[in-house]
Structures are given as structure tokens and as C-alpha cells.
Design a protein around this ligand. Structure first.
Ligand code: MSP
Length: 513
């Protein structure tokens, strides 16, 4: 079976899960579910990033050990993900022994390749952002006089310490070649261009160890240094697969690393260069999505407006949130989360379009034929057009999924849903019933149910529970599309004459505005 490996970033444990974490993880889950249904051998990884000065400081402020803080936040993530329907195959913690072994093995490889050296480090450091700034960068950003961070505007500290360095600069040309030879390596295009110009402007060697804190993985053979956070964090994608015990781990290279735009440089520059130095294959694709604001404002701890998944789940079904997040904003662009937009989308696309098509189709089937599908008569042009649209949708969705174009996928499925509703109007089953044209009536009802079934199958990666409800009515038994494959369940005509459907039950009741 063809492998498919999808990852989320590993989330810092100095903050509670919020909308941003939920977003990437849902997107990764949709890909994983879709690829499982496409009969691929999927490995879907998420986890947490536990080490570093920020976590050490946050734990200290609470008077607990870093590992205790990490345990608390890990418990939150582990209870949250199932509630959101997240079907990850593994959960990696950077404090685990398997991860530490992976990081130390990665270090040794980099060292053996002659790409690690010891020197002194002097720079400006932003603790909250864990980012180093050169004098030039601060000057360019007009942050030099007041010594503040160009990103978060907080004060930067001057740092001088003994440190190991990774020869990032040695890989500049090789990385550029790789990016040019692999147009799909970094997406979307704007981010790819951003990376290219950054690399072309020159790569500096990277400081990769610290002696100023201890909450991390020790440098093998020089334990007063801990491995600085990005070598540690990025290696999770391999350590979770059993590296270094598995020399060429199964599932590697990753098919796609999903990340937010703020961590693009680490994934699209540091990580590939580390892998080249270590002699390991590079991930096939890195996709950087945009950032959410909430009701027009940036989410921040100080404003206290960060949307917490638990609060959202108390109000909305997980599937509705999943749908909204991937439908509202083109993946890759920034977007705004607002409750009015959520309700509007829900009412127009889910309640009015999908919900309505399900309700009216099954209700008519029950009313006119006791819920039983009958033989299809001669196909009309409108039948053929509907089937063709369904089949084209399946092909389009497959293509768009490979590009992580979730909003276009949903758009395309909705085209078929609207087509279905138009088909009802055009064929007016109530008039056929009145005229006693049972053959044509049965045919129309059959086309509607089969369309609904295939729409639900395609929507299932996005809204697994809701689509199970929908499919259970169509199949009139409890089914879980999670175990469906497109090969087995994706073809037109699976339902046969004599098949009994259940009565319509509302899946998407209207929301009050
Ligand atoms: N630990 C690092 C990642 C290491 S990966 C080897 C990290 N963690 S994080 O918890 O700070 O952020 C994780 C992800 O959340 C990032 O991809 C970031 O883009 C995303 N988001 C944080 N706020 C966000 C929004 N407001 N909107 C969308 N995503 C956002 O970075």
C-alpha cells in the first residue's frame, strides 16, 4: 500500500490549546482521513514541543517542574483531540526517551558530517519569541535604538555564550537547487517565493546549543550544553517513526508537513538543510497556512481573546467547526473567525443546501415508496448531467486534496449539492407522483439518494460524525464512513433496487442567527 505521512507542528506546552492549534490539526486530520479512504497506508502525527527556556520559565513562574507543566498541557491535548474527531496515529512528546534518542542520533550525524562546530555566540535574543536578531536586523527594522523585538515589540536581551553551530551556510546552493527542482516543495507559492529570496540573501550558520538553561536534550559528549530548540523540535518528525533504530524509517519522507506561516523558515530552510547534512531524504511538501484573527482582532494572551476549543465545542458540534475553519478561508491565507460568519455559512451551506437535500429526498422516498429504492428506468439528460457532475466532483476533489485546497474541495462538493437541489425542482417528483408516473418518479428518487450518498462520502473526512449520521439514514444501518474506501463505496450505482432507506432525521438543524 502506498504510504502517506502527514504531520502537524508539535505545540508548545507553555500555552493551552487554542484556535490556531485546532486549525492545523483539523486540516491534517482531513488529509489523513481522505488518504485512508483512498486506500493509502496513512501515518498522521501530532504532538508537543516541551523543551526550551520559555517552558522552563513558565513552569518556574508556577512553582512546578517543567515536566509537570508539560504533563498538564499534554493531558489537555490528549482529551481535546478525540472531541474534535482527530484521528492521529501517534502523539510525540519531546521529553520521551524515543525522541531524545532520535535527537541525539541526529546530532551525531550532523557532527560526523562535519557540520557542527563550537564557537562563541553574541547576539540579541527575544525570550518570548525564542528568536535571535542580529544588529543589522534590528537596525533594518528600526528596533535598534530601543532594543526591542521586531516581531513582538518586547525588549531583546544581549547574549554571549559558548555555543555549537550548525553550518547552515554550507547548504545554501544545495537548498536552492532543491527548491527550484521541486516546484511543489513549498506551498503556497507566495511562501515559496519568500523562502527563495530569504535563502538567496544569504544563510548564516545556526547556533544550536545553549548553556543558559537545562530543560532540553543534552549534547552527546558535552552535557553542559543542551541542544537548542529547533534541532530538537524538528527531529520529532523522524523520532516518532522510530529513528534512529530504523535507519530509513517506514513512512519517511513525509508527504506533507502542515505548519503556520510563522514557522516556515524553520521548516523550509533549517529542516531540509539538516536532513541534507544527515544524508536523509527531504519531506515532499511543506504547506504554510495563514493566521486567524478573532472578530477582527489578533488573538493574544494579554487581550484574553484567544478562542479555546473547549468553549467552542460547548456551543458547536465539532464537525461544524471543522467545516467552517476549512471552508471560510482559503488555506494559506489569513482569515477572520466570527460567530456571525460561522452561523451564516452553517445556515446557508449545511442547513439549507446539504440538510435540505437530504430531508426532502428521503422524505419523498418514504412518502412515495415506503423508503425503498426501485429500478432506474431509462436515463434522462438531467440524470446523466447529475451523474457526470458527481463523478467530475470526485476527480476534482482528489486533485484539490493533493494541493491542500480545502476551501475549493468544499466549494466543489457544494456545487453538486446545489445541482441536486436544482434537479429536484426540475424533475418535480410531486408532479410525477400526481401524474402517476411511478417509473420516472422512482428513477428521480434513486438519483437523488445516490447523489447524497456520494456527497456524504466525500464530505466524510471533513465532518466524520455528521456524515455517519447521514449515511446511516441512507444505508438504514449504523455505518461509519471512517472505514469506507472510495474504491468500495465511491462508485455510482452501489445501492440496488429494493434497498430500504431510513426516515429522514435532521442532521443540520437551522441555527438562530
Ligand atoms: N513548537 C513550535 C513548532 C515546532 S514544529 C517542529 C511552535 N509551537 S506553537 O504552539 O507556538 O504553534 C504551533 C502552531 O500554531 C504554529 O503553526 C502556528 O502557526 C499556529 N498558530 C498559532 N496562532 C495561530 C493563529 N492565530 N492562527 C492560525 N495558526 C496559529 O511554534
Amino acid at each position: 500500500m502506498e504510504s502517506y505521512y502527514v504531520t502537524t507542528p508539535i505545540y508548545y506546552v507553555n500555552d493551552e490549546p487554542h484556535l490556531g492549534h485546532m486549525y492545523t490539526t483539523i486540516a491534517a486530520d482531513v488529509l489523513a482521513r481522505y488518504q485512508r479512504m483512498s486506500s493509502r497506508d496513512v501515518f498522521f502525527l501530532t504532538g508537543v514541543d516541551e523543551h526550551g527556556q520559555k517552558v522552563e520559565q513558565a513552569a518556574e513562574a508556577r512553582g512546578i517542574a517543567p515536566i509537570e507543566l508539560a504533563d498538564q498541557v499534554v493531558a489537555r491535548y490528549k482529551s481535546l483531540w478525540p472531541e474534535l474527531g482527530i484521528s492521529n496515529d501517534d502523539f510525540i512528546r519531546t521529553s520521551s526517551d524515543r525522541h531524545k534518542a532520535g535527537v541525539q542520533a541526529m546530532w551525531r550525524r550532523l557532527e560526523n558530517a562535519g557540520t557542527i562546530y563550537k564557537d562563541f555566540y553574541e547576539d540579541w535574543y527575544c525570550v518570548p519569541c525564542e528568536t535571535y536578531w542580529t544588529e543589522t536586523q534590528l537596525k533594518d527594522a528600526e528596533c535598534w535604538d530601543s532594543k526591542h523585538c521586531p516581531d513582538c515589540k518586547r525588549e531583546v536581551e544581549k547574549i554571549q555564550e559558548e555555543s555549537y553551530f550548525f553550518r547552515l551556510s554550507a547548504f545554501q546552493e544545495q537548498l536552492l537547487e532543491h527548491i527550484h527542482a521541486n516546484p511543489d516543495f513549498i506551498a503556497p507559492l507566495s511562501r515559496r517565493n519568500e523562502v527563495i529570496s530569504f535563502v538567496e540573501s544569504g544563510l548564516r550558520d545556526l547556533s544550536v546549543s545553549r548553556t543558559t538553561f537545562s530543560w532540553g536534550v543534552p549534547v552527546p559528549g558535552d552535557e553542559k550544553h543542551v541542544i537548542y530548540v529547533w534541532i530538537d523540535a524538528l527531529t520529532n518528525y523522524l523520532s516518532a517513526l522510530g529513528f534512529p533504530d530504523q535507519e530509513q524509517p517506514e513512512h519517511w519522507p513525509a508527504d506533507v508537513h502542515l505548519i503556520g506561516k510563522d514557522i516556515l523558515r524553520f521548516h523550509a530552510i533549517y529542516w531540509p538543510c539538516m536532513l541534507m547534512a544527515a544524508g536523509l531524504p527531504l519531506p515532499k511538501r511543506i504547506y504554510a497556512h495563514g493566521w486567524w484573527t478573532v472578530e477582527g482582532e489578533k488573538m493574544s494572551k494579554s487581550k484574553g481573546n484567544a478562542l479555546r476549543p473547549a468553549d467552542l465545542l460547548a456551543e458547536y458540534h465539532a464537525d461544524v467547526l471543522r467545516y467552517f475553519l476549512l471552508r471560510e478561508v482559503p488555506f494559506g491565507q489569513d482569515g477572520d473567525f466570527s460567530f456571525s460568519a460561522l452561523k451564516q455559512r452553517y445556515n446557508s451551506e449545511l442547513a439549507n443546501d446539504v440538510g435540505n437535500l437530504l430531508n426532502r429526498s428521503l422524505s419523498m422516498l418514504t412518502k412515495y415508496n415506503g423508503g425503498v429504492l426501485a429500478d432506474v428506468g431509462e436515463e434522462s439528460d438531467s440524470d446523466r448531467a447529475l451523474i457526470a457532475d458527481v463523478e467530475a466532483m470526485q476527480r476534482d476533489v482528489a486533485e484539490l486534496m493533493e494541493k491542500q485546497a480545502f476551501h475549493l474541495v468544499l466549494d466543489r462538493i457544494n456545487v453538486v449539492v446545489r445541482h441536486g437541489n436544482r434537479y429536484v425542482e426540475d424533475n418535480a417528483p410531486w408532479a410525477l407522483a400526481k401524474a402517476g408516473d411511478t417509473a420516472r418518479l422512482n428513477s428521480v428518487l434513486y438519483h437523488l439518494v445516490e447523489t447524497l450518498r456520494l456527497v456524504a462520502v466525500q464530505l466524510s473526512p471533513f465532518m466524520p460524525e455528521k456524515m455517519n449520521q447521514m449515511l446511516s439514514q441512507i444505508y438504514s444501518e449504523d455505518v461509519s464512513a471512517t472505514s469506507f474506501t472510495f474504491i468500495e463505496h465511491g462508485g455510482w450505482g452501489l445501492l440496488k433496487a429494493g434497498h430500504q432507506c431510513a426516515k429522514a432525521q435532521p442532521v443540520f438543524p437551522r441555527m438562530d442567527a
